[in-house]
Write a protein that binds this ligand. Structure first.
Ligand code: PMP
Length: 283
């Protein structure tokens, strides 16, 4: 049984509690971060914390946590659960208040919870074979840049894709690819790597940022631009990025095979470079 973290305490997973009046539960008035763990160490932790700060500022949450305290309980969770490879999920809600659409005028104490989940990160089957994605209308709200737990449409999109025999969904808004259900979307044409510019319609991924650097280190050019579905389907390679997927090749978009239907050489090299840099900088 796992030990989880709730508001400063470690509890057995079946003993941890949050209030039924928590605004995270009632309104998805709530933020999260997922930090990957490899060899028992945290990947890109500081950047995840910077993004959490930004999300908290955007939603005007009461500030209570410093990064060192968060690092300490992340490490404790790794130790208590003997986590070697997987992730730590961290959620911060605005807190507990009587149910009202009007947010409490005085800032209330955020609820903080975190838990570990095991997952194969490096030796993932999907990374070896690549994944198939289908496109769906992006029906999410227009503040996708804030990492809220308002994830129902992303969850519906992923479910629809898997029910139809795909691994994931890429979403389209006004004819352009925004992102995956829980990842950033990329294509490669020749030696140019492309992804959508970061704006309010996508989450600016922590992995995405690191990939800009890895791509440059490998001598590739990265361009941020709007990508249409025909652009994506005629790419020589395609991939997604996220903390737990790292760099994951995409080998099919709807009915179109990408490249020869196997993970291509640029994506494979990027994945290796990303994992190398991630391990070197893990804490
Ligand atoms: N976009 C969305 C919608 C996501 O949910 C995620 C992962 N949570 C990402 C992009 C990738 O972000 P990161 O690289 O920080 O995991």
């Amino acid at each position: 049984m796992r030990q989880v973290y709730v508001n400063g305490e470690f509890k057995k997973e079946d003993e941890a509690k949050v209030s039924v009046f928590d605004r995270g539960l009632l309104f998805s008035d709530s933020l999260y971060e997922v930090t990957t763990v490899i060899n028992g160490k945290l990947i890109d932790f500081n950047n995840h914390m910077k993004r959490l700060d930004r999300s908290m500022t955007e939603l005007k949450f009461k500030k209570l946590l410093n990064h060192l305290d968060i690092l300490i309980f992340h490490r404790k969770l790794i130790e208590l659960n003997n986590l070697k490879e997987g992730m730590i999920y961290l959620q911060v809600t605005r807190g507990v208040a009587d149910r009202s659409f009007d947010m409490p005028k005085d800032k209330i104490e955020p609820t903080v919870l975190a838990f570990t989940q095991e997952k194969k990160i490096i030796d993932s089957e999907s990374a070896k074979n690549g994944i198939k994605v289908m496109t769906l209308d992006d029906m999410r709200w227009k503040r996708c840049d804030i990492k809220t737990t308002q994830l129902l449409y992303a969850s519906m999109a992923k479910t629809e894709a898997t029910e139809k025999g795909f691994d994931d969904a890429w979403m389209l808004r006004e004819g352009y690819v925004t992102e995956g259900s829980s990842s950033n979307a990329w294509i490669i044409k020749g030696k140019i790597i492309m992804t959508r510019q970061s704006d309010n319609l996508i989450l600016s991924g922590i992995t995405r940022d690191v990939i800009f650097k890895c791509a440059k280190d490998l001598g590739y050019e990265v361009v941020t631009k709007n990508i249409t579905l025909p652009d994506a389907q005629s790419a020589s390679e395609a991939f997604i990025t996220s903390a737990t997927a790292c760099v994951m090749p995409v080998v099919k978009i709807n009915a179109s095979q990408i490249g020869d239907g196997k993970p291509g050489k640029f994506v494979t090299a990027l994945r290796e470079e990303y994992i190398k840099q991630a391990l070197e900088s893990s804490i």
